[in-house]
Design a protein around this ligand. Structure first.
Ligand code: GTP
Ligand code: MG
Length: 217
């Protein structure tokens, strides 16, 4: 699989209007996770250029930022394909679990509802023609099992679209911590987490494979 190009498309307010969110039926992959978990950094690493703004201070991304990547080949065979990568605002910044959940709901629910509403009629999808083909729930590998992430996972599960757990900043862990925390993530979320690092590049190829499998089914 080869990344051909990636570009910023648009920023849309998370507040619920359809403005700015593409509705051309092309597949969208949503990146969800707590503030500061590394969503924007991971997008930049995946796209091999700095298209998303990152910050050491949490709460940087307050809008839904949408990028588009073009690829060639990979799972599903040869040929060009394209996907929207959607950077959702982080939840849980300096707040407890319940507020964090409400925040995620407000922003992400608006996004998911908008996509479902605006996807052209006739798209085969029993759940309301959503073009979101999958969500990546990013979790800081150093902090497996935080309440706000567990709540977020529960919320994503009831959406009905596929979702996967991605363990970020894996470069920050020692070998022993890494094994322990990946086990803990799997125990907490009932599914293996894909370890990634925007810093070292670990897991990026595997993540593209995961995205291709969601998009090119
Ligand atoms: P919000 O936009 O606030 O929701 O944050 P975000 O999830 O987009 O996080 P962002 O990508 O801005 O990264 C937050 C901080 O973590 C930055 O200081 C990054 O440099 C750092 N960071 C992100 N990914 C990695 C990683 O894989 N390894 C290491 N060591 N640091 C990382
Ligand atoms: Mg961000």
């Amino acid at each position: 699989m080869k990344l051909l190009s990636a570009d910023f498309v648009t920023s849309a307010a998370a507040g619920g209007t359809a403005h700015g969110i593409p509705h051309d039926g092309l597949p969208q992959i949503a990146f969800a996770g707590r503030s500061n978990v590394g969503k924007s950094s991971l997008l930049n690493a995946l796209c091999r250029r700095k298209i998303a703004r990152t910050s050491a201070a949490p709460g940087k991304t307050r809008l839904v930022n949408i990028y588009r990547a073009w690829l060639e080949g990979g799972p599903g065979g040869p040929g060009r394909w394209s996907v929207y990568l959607v950077d959702l605002p982080g939840y849980g910044y300096a707040r407890g679990g319940a507020d964090a959940a409400a925040e995620l709901r407000a922003t992400s629910e608006a996004y998911f509802a908008t996509v479902a509403r605006t996807t052209p009629a006739g798209t085969p999808d029993a759940r309301g023609a959503s073009a979101v083909v999958g969500t990546l729930l990013l979790i800081d590998s150093r902090h497996p099992g935080l309440e706000s992430d567990v709540v977020a996972a529960g919320w994503l599960a009831q959406l009905g679209t596929p979702w996967h757990v991605v363990g970020t900043k894996i470069d920050k862990l020692s070998r022993a911590e890494r094994a322990r925390n990946l086990r803990e993530l799997e125990r907490t979320f009932g599914t293996a987490a894909l370890p990634v690092s925007a810093e070292s590049g670990e897991g990026l190829d595997e993540l593209w494979q995961m995205i291709a499998n969601l998009v090119r089914r």
